[in-house]
Design a protein around this ligand. Structure first.
Ligand SMILES: [Zn+2]
Length: 485
């Protein structure tokens, strides 16, 4: 959805240029324009000069690859998205003559916050001075998350990475295309039992050592940013001495406590937020509610478990309120029901998401579409006020269930598509606001495409909505059998 700019571009404008100095030399200049007393700077030429990579997707969004958080701008959109956080503009950015003009004050704030090197602004001299980071690897961190050991490496920009098992307790993380390297400080608290060793080269090796035999190793990232995470899970049958035993005991306790006695079903959108709208005017909020109600009845009848609905009528519920309901009612599983839409009318099929940073552009688009609901919310500050720390804490609530959420999403895909016969688009991950605070396994189901004529007419059929609800309920039963008491 595109919001029009609130002012005409022909309004009084004055043009100047700002100088960008990199490592003491002029690296470029950036045009500046003023509209309605707001100064706009061309973000693209600043980034070219500073050395920040950006891409433009086929829907016209600009994604800047700052290492810790990619920042996405939508021309004429009221905010930029950084991971799951939002930066609101006084006036929206606009795209003109291959330049992306962003309110200067906000863009400078973004640079100061996200640029990995040093930055100095001289407004009186119309100058931005930067000193790029001395290494392509900016940070390395270790932390525990339940039983898993997480190693994070932050790169200056996205580079190709892969992992290999060296021995039962060592992973070799390889980063290709390194130009400059200085070993960063490894940040971890003293209780972290892992360590990291570097072997520099054009292909950089980071050896990640664990105190336990590794059962499962996963690599995530880098996406548009430069964060690479390796998640290592201990081998379960190992009962050796030391930390592993404690880890396994904690796992046992967790499992005992996990009685799946309440399931939260969330019908997407509602009230003033219609969600996606099909060519025949079918509204996502109505279809999602109908499928959610059918799913509720199925779960009550066949799984014999209590169901909490975040809404069972056509009302507007803010995104964070949905997870608050889920947590405060003691939900053990969270299922958010939606309908997909895409610019291409040919896109079709069913897909299920779990919360994790998006690993491809397609997933990121779906998340941005679902997240854009916040424009209907009166207190958007609740989202923008999320500090980094708050965000990490919130995301952590969900992070401990990543494995189960992914597993559950896979079960839904298998069961739902086998009932409906629709194309299986598979399981994907992205940053959905509605899933972020849920402290339980949580998934978001895109039941079919309202933008596809054939699927829109299917979504209008009660029999299709019933099949979809039954398929999701089959997966709930699979999940309870695997993870329940
Ligand atoms: Zn939706």
């Amino acid at each position: 959805m595109v919001l029009l700019t609130a002012f005409g571009l022909t309004a009084q404008t004055s043009q100047q240029r700002w100088q960008v100095i990199r490592d003491g030399f002029e690296a470029g200049t950036s045009p500046v324009q003023t509209h309605r007393d707001v100064t706009f700077i061309d973000a693209l030429s600043v980034c070219d000069a500073v050395g920040v990579v950006y891409t433009r997707d086929d829907e016209g969004r600009f994604i800047f690859s700052f290492p810790e958080h990619p920042v996405t701008f939508v021309p004429d959109g009221p905010f930029a998205q950084t991971g799951l956080d939002f930066i609101h503009f006084t006036l929206p950015p606009y795209y003109e003559n291959y330049r992306l003009f962003v309110p200067q004050r906000h863009f400078i704030e973004i640079l100061e916050q996200f640029y990995p090197g040093r930055i100095h602004i001289e407004p009186a001299l119309r100058r931005i001075e930067v000193v790029p980071p001395a290494s392509d690897v900016i940070a390395a961190r270790g932390r525990m998350q339940q039983e898993r050991m997480l190693f994070e490496v932050v790169l200056r920009q996205p580079l190709a990475v892969k992992i290999e098992l060296v021995d039962s307790m060592t992973i070799d993380l390889q980063v290709q295309g390194i130009e400059r390297f200085q070993a960063p400080m490894f940040e971890a608290d003293s209780s972290f039992g892992g360590s990291m060793q570097w072997r520099p080269g054009e292909t950089l090796h980071a050896y990640l050592k664990t105190p336990f035999p590794i059962g499962d190793a996963r690599l995530s990232g880098p996406t548009y940013g430069g964060v690479v995470t390796v998640i290592l899970t201990p081998r379960e049958e190992d009962n050796g001495p030391g930390g592993t035993v404690e880890v396994l005991q904690a796992l046992e306790q967790d499992k005992r406590a996990w009685e799946i006695d309440k399931i939260v079903v969330d019908a997407g959108h509602g009230g003033k937020d219609p969600g996606a709208i099909g060519h025949n005017h079918t509204r996502e909020k109505e279809i999602a509610l109908d499928i959610a109600l059918r799913l509720r009845d199925q779960i009550r009848e066949r799984a014999r478990v209590e169901v909490v609905m975040t809404r069972d009528t056509d009302v507007f519920i803010p995104l964070n309120e949905r997870t608050r309901i889920a947590n405060s009612t003691g939900g053990k599983l969270f299922i958010s029901i939606h309908c997909n839409s895409a610019r291409s009318r040919r896109a079709h099929g069913q897909e299920t998401y779990f919360l994790s940073p998006a690993r491809n552009e397609r997933a990121m688009k779906v998340a941005m579409k679902e997240n854009s609901v916040i424009k209907y919310e009166e207190s958007q500050e609740e989202y923008t006020d999320l500090t980094e720390e708050n965000f990490i804490l919130l995301a952590m609530a969900q992070a401990q269930f990543v494995k189960e959420s992914e597993d559950f999403a896979g079960m839904i895909q298998r069961r739902m598509t086998s009932r409906s016969g629709l194309h299986d688009r598979g399981v994907d991950q992205a940053g959905f606001y509605v899933l972020i605070g849920a402290s339980m396994p949580a998934v978001l189901v895109e039941t079919a495409f309202l933008s596809n004529a054939k699927e829109e007419s299917l979504l209008r059929k009660p029999s299709f909505r019933q099949d979809t609800a039954e398929g999701i309920c089959d997966a709930v039963i699979d999940f309870m059998e695997k993870y329940g008491e």
